[in-house]
Design a protein around this ligand. Structure first.
Ligand code: FAD
Length: 554
């Protein structure tokens, strides 16, 4: 995948996607698969907005049974299956547990009925033909079983637990990248570090954008028949350039990563009311050999760029977590990483004390709403539903372009690396083929990370032992992966490599020695001076700034 800004300027595209989060990435892939000429620009790195901060759960929508929104639940169930089909190396089943209590709504009776309804609604979930992806029926277990599943959990107030199955993204940054790589493979022109700074307009028609290369400051025009605004929380900032505004505002949502609480299962626990805030269900999710806990919501009324994470906000979240499971006694010093991003709320709801999230993705037709043609905006609310929202956006785009007949193919086409029919058989085969040359854990790491393309990396390290050197042992990330990120995956900064191409920063700030080693490798590739290498290290430290702000050592 080559970043070629000249090719962005010397043709007129059918579609230009602005924003390389999960919605933009899938929209560009969808457009390319439908045979359109398409470009995508992202002002930071791909996925560097909200998308890199999710809790990584692909939800089947069990919680929406409370609202009785069966159509939303069906969509989420179908999408969960689709994700496992098109990206089988990156989406895997996740066991979820929620203690049942004597009280509504988490009594055994209510939860048992909810699990039954969920099983009925997801009657078609196990038709992929891959046993690894099968999700068993939900069950209610006894108090004794709960204490076995969650050692250390105070079972005195619970009557047992509800157990059901969802899916988890093994690496959401790489999943997003696979869509970008797949779009590029289908001839889309994609470029990170390119910002749309204005629209090109002819009367009431948008005909492209004026763009800025963030790395050099160079300004140039990109022409297109249609612009699709996938700028996430910055959707309104972009719309303002055409004197438009949507009815949506943003709120802030946060997760924390701490040492492992429980392994293998995601646990839903209910917090106590604090400072007038009603109880929330929080999930403690297994994450590598740590735990990720989410999600804490913070009302926010200003522009996204004005938001600054404060110690008091993280403390507020820890209080909420501790109220849900007192033995944790989490303090700021226990937090390895804070990840936060933006979620949409309605303007009116944004004025309230508590966050009331927008529940469904929205595709906005600005011709219909505002009389401005050539522009569509996409408002995403969940990673889980991003593919189907992108499909809706492209269906509208095809109508606008007068090309209605081309059907969406993203629900049946495997992403790059996704050509695997039976995950466990594939893994066994890969292990046996690589046996003797590399250890099993390394092969596993390659298969989970690169899927059916794992051989590319394996061949590199087998042919050139120099590339097999580990960056941060015992993590299985090698020099080969860093080079691959630069040459094949458009990594341009140290943060791109640490946070969004490799596992190096997946559970917190890597050691200074790791940062220096990586900066040295990139310095060699990009001819960076020592001063530039230090700037790159500083910007990674800044990306993990909660650690800096609190002066906490990892
Ligand atoms: C804490 C948290 C936990 C979550 N957990 C889950 C979960 O477990 N499961 C789930 O399904 N969903 C979850 N979500 C929701 C999900 O992560 C988001 O819905 C999704 O990532 C939003 O994607 P996006 O593409 O709309 O936005 P973004 O990822 O923010 O992408 C928008 C991109 O546009 C770029 N951009 C903006 N302006 C311009 C411009 N002028 N020019 C070029 N580029 C521009 C930005 O840099 C950004 O990268 C969670 C969200 C948060 C915050």
């Amino acid at each position: 995948m080559i970043r070629n800004l000249e090719r962005l300027t010397n043709q007129k595209f059918d579609v230009l996607v602005v924003g390389g989060g999960i919605h933009g990435a899938i929209t560009a892939w969808d457009a390319a698969l439908r045979g359109l000429s398409v470009a995508l620009i992202e002002r930071g790195d791909f996925g560097s907005g909200t998308s890199q901060n999710s809790l990584k759960i692909i939800h089947g929508g069990l919680r929406y049974l409370q609202n009785g929104n069966l159509s939303r639940i069906r969509t989420m169930i179908r999408e969960r299956t689709t994700w496992m089909k098109i990206a089988p190396h990156l989406i895997h089943p996740l066991t979820c547990v929620m203690p049942t209590t004597y009280k509504m709504p988490h009594s055994q009776l209510v939860m048992g009925l909810a699990l039954r309804a969920n099983d009925v609604l997801s009657f078609d979930r196990n038709q992929l033909g891959d046993p690894e992806k099968d999700l068993p029926d939900g069950i209610i277990v006894t108090q004794k079983e709960l204490s076995r599943i969650l050692p250390g959990y105070d079972i005195s107030t619970s009557t047992g637990a509800a157990v059901w199955y969802d899916a988890q993204i093994y690496n959401s940054e790489r999943l997003l990248l696979e869509f970008i790589l797949s779009a590029a493979q289908a001839d889309a022109e994609v470029a990170n570090y390119v910002e749309a700074i204005n629209f090109l307009q002819q009367g009431n028609r948008i005909v492209g954008v004026q763009a800025r290369d963030v790395q050099t400051g160079q300004i140039f025009d990109i022409q297109s028949r249609l612009v699709i605004n996938c700028a996430g929380a910055w959707m309104n900032c972009l719309l303002e350039k055409a004197a438009l505004r949507s009815e949506y505002a943003t709120s802030v949502a946060m997760n924390v990563i701490v040492d492992q609480v429980w392994s293998n299962v995601a646990v839903g626990l209910t917090s106590q009311p604090i400072n007038g805030k009603p109880p929330q269900v929080l999930f403690i999710v297994p994450w590598r050999n740590k735990s990720m806990i989410g999600t804490y919501h913070i009302p926010w009324r200003d522009a996204p760029h004005m938001f600054q994470l404060k110690e008091s906000m993280v403390q507020g979240f820890l209080d909420e977590i501790n109220s849900a499971h007192a033995p944790l006694k989490l303090a700021l010093k226990d937090v390895r990483q804070v990840t936060w991003g933006f979620l949409p709320v309605n303007h009116e709801d944004a004025k309230g004390q508590h966050v009331k999230l927008t529940r469904d993705g929205v595709v906005i037709d600005h011709q219909k709403n505002d009389g401005v043609s050539g522009l569509i905006s996409v408002l995403g609310v969940k990673y889980t539903t991003a593919r189907v929202v992108a499909e809706q956006a492209m269906n509208l785009a095809m109508c606008k372009l007068g090309m209605k007949t081309q059907r969406c193919q993203t629900d049946t086409t495997p992403v790059k690396g996704g050509r695997i029919d039976d995950f466990n058989s594939f893994l066994r085969q890969a292990r046996s083929e690589a046996a003797g040359a590399v250890n099993e854990r390394f092969t596993e790491h390659l298969v989970y990370t690169y899927g059916s393309d794992y051989q590319n990396l394996l061949q590199c390290v087998m042919k050139q032992p120099d590339l097999a050197r580990r960056i941060d042992a015992p993590l299985p990330v090698t020099v080969a992966e860093v080079e691959h990120a630069v040459h094949q995956e458009m990594a341009l900064t140290l943060a791109d490599v640490i946070r969004r191409r490799t596992e190096l920063g997946a559970t917190g700030l890597p050691s200074l020695a790791t940062l220096q080693k990586c900066a040295g490798l990139l310095g060699y590739e990009f001819q960076w001076s020592l001063e530039r290498q230090q700037q790159e290290i500083d910007s990674v430290l800044q990306a993990y700034r909660f650690k800096q702000m609190e002066n906490i050592t990892a």
